[in-house]
Write a protein that binds this ligand. Structure first.
Ligand code: PLP
Length: 359
């Protein structure tokens, strides 16, 4: 029997071949007699898994020379503090773009560590679009510019990479690995793993080497990027099993044609779902078309009294977790890498049928 399609915003579906391989290897990884979760992180078996995963991630991202890849814990939310702790010291000031719920949280945390300048905010318009480059009031002295290329809750995605003379820092939690990116444009990228990368508990940081090494005084050892970079992310016990599963996801992505191949599939999935929403007078998405996310598609029903019916019917049809975030209501379909195109087709068919019978 096929599994239902899970549209959760995270933790999200993992690719089925990855889960099957993990299941096969659960009791005995590669003749070691151990489950990966039972291995010493410094033993040769786990070291080979860790190194292969990093090589594959570097290849997928076409990472230029001079970047370090860290496999950390603490989620993207810890990065909201680690970024200013490690990167703001040069001037004590940082620029932030306020484009949705997650950038707002990053800004609130940064205030604890440095002077924050909000260089653009779309909050007065209720976060329905990304600001344009011309709208960014960047400051001269910023040690970095932080932004959220994909706002998971509002479903808003930047259609461009901001131009800035300061190092660019991006919270790519809900977009990393969904399509090719030009890493050289960034000083640092971070992402919680639980959307496109693997299970929760792993946080990926990609940081340019020259930005390491000047943390604010008092920065805890575990919050210092240099410590993790110098120890190959093994300063303490890393999230070994999550790292291993992420490695299987990287191999799955490579087999699909890397980020080019994945990006094409994701483009098709998003385009057909938005077309279905726009082609109906019963469903609506509030985001300006140029800023619509490929990953998170919020939508409302013309009659919110039907929301519960919609969710119950969807569940019966094998379409799970479509309820929108509590802060915005309505529905949200998260269609990350592991959501097959057939899952999006099934959702579109269900939506049409629901509108026909209940709309
Ligand atoms: N940033 C973005 C864009 C997110 O989507 C999320 C989680 O959904 C977070 C940050 C917070 O991530 P974590 O729960 O890993 O701290």
């Amino acid at each position: 029997m096929s599994r239902p399609y899970n549209f959760s915003a995270g933790p999200a579906m993992l690719p089925e071949p990855v889960l099957r391989q993990a299941q096969e290897e659960m009791l005995d990884w590669n003749g070691s007699g151990m489950c990966v979760a039972e291995m010493s992180h410094r033993g040769k078996e786990f070291m080979s898994i860790a190194e292969q995963a990093e090589r594959d991630l570097r290849e997928l991202l076409a990472l230029p020379e001079g970047y370090r890849v860290l496999f950390l814990q603490g989620g993207a939310s810890s990065q909201f503090a680690m970024v200013p702790m490690n990167l703001s010291g040069r001037t004590g000031k940082a620029d932030y773009l306020n484009t949705g719920s997650w950038s707002k949280k990053a800004i609130a945390e940064a205030h604890r560590f440095c002077a924050v300048h909000v260089a653009a905010s779309t909050q007065p318009e209720r976060f329905v679009r990304a600001p344009t480059q011309a709208e960014l009031a960047l400051s001269e002295e910023a040690a970095y510019l932080h932004y959220t290329p994909n706002e998971t809750i509002e479903g808003v995605e930047f259609p461009y990479i901001p131009e800035t003379s300061a190092p660019l820092v991006a919270d790519m939690s809900s977009t990393l690995l969904s399509r090719p990116i030009d890493v050289a444009r960034y000083g640092m990228i971070y992402a919680g793993a639980q959307k496109n990368i693997g299970p929760a508990g792993l946080t990926i940081v990609v940081v340019r080497e020259d930005l390491l090494g000047e943390p604010l005084s008092g920065t805890p050892t575990m919050f210092d990027y240099r410590v993790h970079a110098d120890s190959g992310s093994m300063y303490n016990t890393p999230p070994t099993y999550a790292w291993y599963l992420a490695g299987l996801v990287f191999q799955w992505l490579k087999d699909l044609g890397g980020l080019e191949g994945m990006g094409e599939i994701n483009r098709r999935k998003a385009e057909k779902l938005y077309a279905a929403i726009d082609g109906s007078s019963f469903y609506a998405n509030p985001v300006e078309p140029a800023s619509r996310s490929w990953m998170n598609v919020p939508f409302t029903l013309a009659n919110p009294e039907l929301d519960a019916d919609f969710l119950a019917g969807a569940k019966d049809a094998g379409l799970l977790t479509l309820k929108g975030h509590r802060s915005v209501g309505g529905m949200r379909a998260s269609i990350y890498n592991a959501m097959p195109e057939a899952g999006v087709d099934a959702l579109i068919a269900f939506m049409a049928e629901f509108e026909r019978t209940k709309g």
